[in-house]
Design a protein around this ligand. Structure first.
Ligand SMILES: C[S@@+](CC[C@H](N)C(=O)[O-])C[C@H]1O[C@@H](n2cnc3c(N)ncnc32)[C@H](O)[C@@H]1O
Length: 278
């Protein structure tokens, strides 16, 4: 059996009881490590499970999945995913490959950034397309969302397995530590792009929420205009950003306002009354 197990958002203790049973029954355990990189440390998992865990990078999962699936017709194998197995980064390829090989698959779900984001006060039903802040086609998607008043969850880029130019020049295969995009960089880039495109998907006075370290003890939400949030200190990763759509319900507003620092409150309320209250 191949178990694909969500680890949730905070630490090694977020795994479900069902997930832990599956891990305990497994001959091999892999940790998918290219999306929410090492918010959960391999060593902590190994200590908690009392079993070795192998890191599975993107190459292994996408090009060498046979190694993970080896003999899973006869023994249990666990594939661990931070968040939920189908939250943001889906693992459909692995499931299809397992099915082709006649390996039974069981998915064990957990909290994901895709649903925990509801804690920011906005209703999940009122979100449009989620975007990944990579340099591709995110802008039109934000525009489609904002045109019909929906909120946008922006997932920020994580760079893994990068090499420094110096190491590359010397032919050394040494990777840099993972780099996380911050809410501040994301806002700066978004505002610059809007300046260039001028299509009005959003602007400096669009209301937004920086959502950081969700599900952990230091989880934090900070609300304000995009312009105000550029200079806020959001602390350690992981970071996500929500752009608030104009169809914000009054209950959503009340909740989000509670995440607005005092110095930004007056502006926040003024913009809500001017642009958001239908
Ligand atoms: C590609 S997604 C992986 C999602 C994960 N598989 C899940 O189900 O939650 C990674 C991005 O999600 C966001 N993210 C993941 N966990 C987060 C958290 N605990 N707090 C804030 N943002 C988070 C960040 O923007 C991060 O760069």
């Amino acid at each position: 059996m191949l178990y694909i197990i969500g680890l949730g958002l905070s630490d090694e203790r977020d795994i479900t009881v069902k997930g832990l049973d599956a891990v305990k029954s497994s001959e091999r355990i892999y940790l998918e490590a290219y999306t929410s990189v090492l918010m959960i440390e391999k060593e902590k998992l190994e200590a908690f499970y009392e079993k070795p865990v192998t890191i599975a990078d993107r190459e292994m999962v996408e090009s060498d999945s046979d190694q993970i699936l080896d003999n899973a017709q006869n023994v249990n194998v666990s594939f661990l995913v931070v968040g939920d197995p189908f939250g943001a980064t889906t693992h459909t390829d692995l499931v299809i490959r397992a099915k082709e090989l006649g390996i039974p698959v069981q998915i064990i779900h957990n909290a994901s950034i895709m649903n925990a984001i509801g804690a920011c006060g906005l209703q999940l039903y009122n979100f449009g397309q989620t975007i990944s802040m990579r340099p591709d086609s995110w802008y039109p998607r934000v525009k489609e969302n904002t045109d019909i008043g929906l909120h946008t969850l922006c997932l920020l880029d994580i760079k893994v397995k990068e090499q420094s130019l110096e190491n590359m020049a010397r032919g050394r295969l040494i990777y840099e530590p993972p780099r996380y995009m911050t809410v501040n960089t994301c806002l700066e880039q978004m505002l610059e792009i809007e300046e260039l495109r001028k299509e009005g998907a959003y602007g400096p006075e669009t209301l937004a929420i920086g959502c950081v370290r969700l599900g952990t003890a230091t989880q934090q939400f900070i609300a304000g205009t995009m312009e105000q949030l550029v200079n806020e200190d959001f602390g350690a990763p992981l970071h996500s950003l929500v752009l608030i759509g104009k169809r914000m319900h009054i209950m959503e507003f009340e909740m989000v306002r509670s995440f607005c620092p005092e110095q930004h409150q007056a502006k926040f309320e003024e913009i809500f009354k001017r642009d958001y209250e239908a």
